[in-house]
Design a protein around this ligand. Sequence first.
Ligand code: URA
Length: 188
Amino acid sequence: KPDVNTKETIMETFPGIEKLILDCKRCDLHKTVTNKVISKGSTHPKVVFIGEAPGKNEDETGIPFCGRAGKLLDKMIDYMKLKEEDWAVINTIKCRPPENRTPTVKEIEICRPFLTAQLNLMNPAVIILLGNTAEKAFGESAGWGEVKKTKDGKNILKIFHPAAMIYKREREQEQYAFLDKYKYLWAD
Ligand code: URA
């Protein structure tokens, strides 16, 4: 009888991934968090958005993109006309870095198996990288506003992180132009 409690097997189910994330002490970030932040949305989405890391609101609630940047992401999802079952949101790392600093390369690497396991299970047709950290964690993209097809046929699109639109308002127009250009990727 196979050992069902190996890490490999646990990583093949959502509750298994969640347990490993909640138990994870592989970097120091777990020491300062209130809640680890795992995912939001559908378990089998057409589109997965990858953000950066939990912020203050997310750390308090355990829900990704529930603060100011989340409102802008919600607006994008509405604009894209995605149905509830068509999208999910995850982050490159699951713990809030102190003072919301950018995750380090080491933190991204340590957390990457969780990101990979989530993507494998969700198996989306489109992966939207929200900014540079998501691109670094995912490992490939064609650059801002460009689509790259992976070997396994997924479309990877890198666009602005919603928070980047808060700091530079003119990016909003560019962001929505990207979404217009690629809407065929997630249209019914
Ligand atoms: N910014 C992110 O990258 N992720 C969140 O969950 C919230 C804000």
